[in-house]
Design a protein around this ligand. Structure first.
Ligand code: SAM
Ligand code: DTB
Ligand code: SF4
Length: 315
């Protein structure tokens, strides 16, 4: 049995990523089936409840007001509209509903409005997740009281690469927000992005940061950078697909109890790459045609993959 450890070093995690490919995959899959079913995946659905116009300068993000990519900013959606989208998501087979807002941090008034939406979605019997930027302890407590299950707040990349991606928020501020959520009793969904020009060691460093959280984050999203025109990260070389598989396998092995999520970037992934990522230990996907603002794989592609891998959605 692979047991969680909280003292991983970057060198150790790098050595995991660099194991001979078949050994790495066999160990990761073996670890996966110790606690998860090989032929079952979790489905979540995303909704952008407040789109665009974000004051942060995240170089990958189409919603930053610092990049001119023609995205129209929209105000915070009303609870009734959000609830309609959640009902549709439930009918499509999603068990978790994730609401994202393009904020640096919510005001107390905005937070209360989101808390009301969280309670309404929770009443449908769905798991709830929100991602709203930085939170104070008090705000995290209010979301917990509203019945929030998960807070998504990604570390995004290694501490020593972070400054090249985001200058308007510090790494420590992200860790503090995760701490506020954890103290409030909210489960953590935190991971990062690959394909931004980071080194393998920096990917190992991101995984080390996540694996040093005690307990480990309940959910670990691994996003493949979606290159969006108008953002500074558009035009980077394509990320080697098997490097994504190695990253997922290593995430599985260093955080054996966490749900590893194959998050953004699936629209550009082949069926074969999906198969390898799901074999390596990813077991959660976003359903639907759209993530927050970017395209997702879509229902037909997902159906084909699930069928070929003899996989069912967790109910
Ligand atoms: N504004 C909030 C924040 O950043 O804390 C929440 C929403 S933000 C869009 C959530 C996450 O989406 C980011 O942390 C990042 O990891 C991911 N993301 C955004 N744009 C992406 C892209 N182009 N490709 C891959 N992941 C992306
Ligand atoms: C996460 O790690 N990935 C999701 C979710 N958390 C909020 C977001 C992906 C966003 C992709 C770009 C877009 O759709 O705008
Ligand atoms: Fe804003 Fe979040 Fe996008 Fe950064 S990732 S620009 S904080 S919406």
């Amino acid at each position: 049995m692979h047991e969680p450890r909280y003292d991983w070093t970057i060198d150790e995690v790098l050595a995991v990523i660099e194991r001979p490919f078949h050994d790495l995959l066999a160990d990761a899959h073996g670890c996966h089936v110790e606690r998860f079913r090989a032929h079952e995946i979790e489905a979540a659905k995303l909704l952008s409840i407040k789109t665009g116009g974000c004051p942060e300068d995240c170089a990958y993000c189409p919603q930053s007001a610092h990049h001119d990519n023609g995205l129209k900013a929209e105000p915070l959606m009303k609870t009734a509209e959000i609830l309609e989208a959640a009902k549709e998501a439930k009918a499509e087979g999603a068990t978790r509903f994730c609401m994202g807002a393009a904020w640096r941090e919510p005001s107390d008034k905005q937070l209360d409005q989101v808390a009301e939406s969280v309670s309404a979605v929770a009443e449908l019997g769905m798991e709830t997740c929100v991602t709203l930027g930085m939170l104070t302890d008090d705000q995290a407590g209010r979301l917990a009281n509203a019945g929030l299950d998960f807070y998504n707040h990604n570390l995004d990349t290694a501490p020593d690469f972070y400054g090249e991606i985001i200058t308007t928020r510090t790494y420590q501020e992200r860790i503090d927000t995760l701490g506020a959520c954890r103290d409030a009793g909210i489960a953590l969904c935190t991971g990062g992005i690959v394909g931004m020009g980071e080194t393998r060691r920096q990917r190992a460093s991101l995984l080390t940061q996540l694996a040093q959280l005690d307990p480990h984050p309940e959910s670990v999203p691994i996003n493949l950078l979606i290159q969006v025109e108008g953002t500074p990260m558009n035009g980077l070389p394509e990320f080697p697909p098997l490097e994504l598989v190695r990253t997922i396998a290593a995430a599985r092995l260093v955080m054996p109890t966490s749900v590893v999520r194959l998050s953004a970037g699936r629209a550009s992934m082949s069926e074969e790459l999906h198969a390898l990522c799901l074999h390596a230990g990813a077991s959660s996907i976003f359903l639907g045609e759209r993530l927050l603002t970017a395209d997702n794989a879509g229902e037909d592609a997902d159906q084909a993959i699930l069928e070929q891998l003899d996989t069912a959605l967790k109910v």
